[in-house]
Design a protein around this ligand. Structure first.
Ligand code: NOJ
Length: 546
């Protein structure tokens, strides 16, 4: 049964607003994105994850939604959305969308009505308290920019609960009418052709904070099954991909017996891969991979190097966090945010070293799970620390060396966010068109890596195990599935090295998959190899079958 498409998918996350401007107003839109579908098809990705594109006051990059049933007018219309999704599907690309239902914007008509009128049916959509709860200063997600989780609303005459910014009021999911409405939202977008949802802030969505009394004895995770049941009834192959950066012992109830979330982002592996890349040691990767309990066979981990938020390092010790900053040569004062992470993209952490970039993404593509790229990673897009908070990570995509990076024809002072134009990451020298022409570019490497990754379902479906290399800087693992075996070897260090893979003679010869040839063994010893500085290999054992 190969129906589980997400097991061997290549997911690409993008923000419509910063991707491509089709109508020349300085803001990316669905028209522009649709023009770029052939580019994405050429890159080889199989699923687009759209960050929020709903009507919004845009005080949290769209994660503050004002209407769950529409497209922000700056980005297009529902008609443009449907056209985009249809044309994506036609190219074999699925679309999943962000489902941001832990909270709404305080400008959402539901919240407005709830504040204006205690009798409003929307009053109980939110979480209220007459007094400011004693623990109001605890559990703020954005320390430094957010002081409390409860804010007084004059009109409502009460405090409302908000896990995130005060302009994002939490919905009360113990209210059946809220759950009913969330189902309606999911049903709406499924009907318009999406293949699933990224569940924003999943742990906070299900928490019963502020409504503990009403929910006494309730299992908060039961709601995840309710969502999944609804989703699967409406659309059998749609998926839920949850953002849940939780302790590893809390992972099982998110997957259930395979009857809740199909996918979870692997924050533990992400942070340990970053540590391994910083320390140039393999050990942290093994630690990250071994940390969670085993997951149901239909469940899947999503692997990423960077996403649209800060690079959270909350699962590492203080000294490991400091070591990452030091080894990556980062000034804490400028890059550290919310007391837990780095507001940078990946290339500036490794001084744009091409070998280290390939090493990181090679790991992402081969770790057991499904890789998720963040737009621009395929060209090594940089960041802009002059932008506030996490907006540093979200510059416009760089298509060409022409004005505004080819992102928009608007005057540059009308751009929604400025394009990067510094000496290293500026669009003049770092853009899609130039990299397409250069056979040694990161973009061409990515295309090849994606193509080969799709030919290796073992990485997505298989059972993984470590392969001993007796070298502290070399990480090697194999994935076995249905008689096929693939193997990836990564040298995390700047130093070249020679290793022997601990394989059995009957494992046979190695096919070098990225080089498309049989591996030439050193001195006839078929499992010995020389690894270049930050070098990597992907192998298939035995026969090459495309
Ligand atoms: C998680 C999103 O990734 C982040 O960007 C956002 O600020 C919060 N959820 C609140 O919605």
């Amino acid at each position: 049964m190969l129906d589980l498409w997400y097991k061997n998918a290549i997911i690409y996350c993008l923000d419509v607003e910063t991707y491509m401007d089709g109508n020349g107003d300085g803001i990316g839109d669905f028209e522009g994105l649709t023009q770029r579908l052939n580019y994405l098809a050429g890159l080889g990705i199989t699923c687009i994850w759209l960050m929020p594109f709903y009507p919004t006051p845009n005080r949290d990059n769209g994660y503050d939604v004002m209407d769950f049933y529409n497209v922000d007018p700056r980005l297009g219309t529902l008609g443009d959305f449907v056209e985009f999704t249809r044309l994506a599907n036609e190219r074999g690309i699925r679309v999943i969308v962000d489902l941001v239902v832990n909270h709404t914007s305080t400008e959402h008509p539901w919240f407005q009505s709830a504040c204006q009128n205690k009798q409003s049916k929307y009053r109980d959509f939110y979480i209220w308290s007459q007094e400011k709860p004693k623990d109001a200063a605890e559990g703020v997600i954005f320390p430094g920019v957010q002081e409390s989780t409860w804010t007084y609303n004059q009109q409502a005459g009460a405090y409302y609960f908000h896990r995130f910014y005060e302009h994002q009021a939490d919905l009360n999911i113990t209210n059946p009418a809220v759950r009913e409405e969330i189902n309606k939202v999911m049903g709406f977008w499924l009907q318009l052709g999406v293949s699933g949802f990224r569940i924003d802030a999943a742990p906070f969505l299900i928490e019963l904070k502020g409504v503990e009394d009403e929910a006494e004895g309730a299992d908060p995770y039961a709601y995840l099954k309710e969502m999944r049941d609804f989703l699967s009834w409406r659309c059998g192959d749609a998926i839920l991909l949850a953002e849940a950066n939780v302790p590893m012992e809390h992972v099982p109830p998110y997957f259930g017996d395979g009857d809740k979330m199909q996918m979870l982002f692997h924050f533990m592996v992400n942070q340990h891969v970053i540590l391994a890349l910083a320390q140039e040691q393999a050990e942290p990767i093994m630690r990250g991979l071994k940390a969670p309990p085993e997951i149901p066979s239909i469940a899947q981990w999503a692997h990423f190097i960077r996403n649209h938020d800060e690079l959270s390092l909350d699962k590492l010790s203080d000294s490991e966090q400091d070591e990452i900053l030091t080894r990556f040569n980062q000034d804490k004062e400028h890059v550290w945010i919310y007391d837990r992470g780095i507001r940078r993209r990946f290339p500036p952490l490794v001084a744009n070293d091409p070998q280290r970039l390939r090493l990181a993404y090679s790991l992402m593509f081969t770790l057991p799970g499904t890789p998720v790229l963040f737009y621009g990673e395929e060209i090594g897009l940089g960041d802009d620390l002059s932008q506030a908070e996490r907006n540093s990570i979200r510059p416009p995509m760089q298509w060409t060396g022409e004005a505004n990076a080819g992102f928009s024809t608007a005057p540059s002072d009308k751009l929604f966010r400025p394009v990067i134009s510094d000496d290293t990451y500026g669009y003049q020298q770092l853009n899609v068109v130039d990299q397409r022409r250069d056979s040694n570019s990161l973009l061409n490497w990515m295309e090849r890596a994606i193509r080969v990754r799709k030919e290796c379902p073992e990485f997505g479906w298989g059972t993984w195990s470590l392969v001993e290399t007796h070298h502290p800087s070399v990480f090697a693992h194999r994935c076995d599935w249905r008689g096929g075996t693939v193997l990836a070897v990564h040298n995390l260090s700047k130093e070249t090295c020679k290793i022997t893979l601990d394989l059995k003679a009957e494992d046979g010869k190695l096919i070098d998959l990225l080089g498309d040839q049989q591996y030439e063994a050193i001195d006839g010893a078929s499992h010995d190899m020389q690894l270049e500085s930050y070098g990597h290999y992907w192998f298939r054992l035995g026969e090459h079958h495309l």
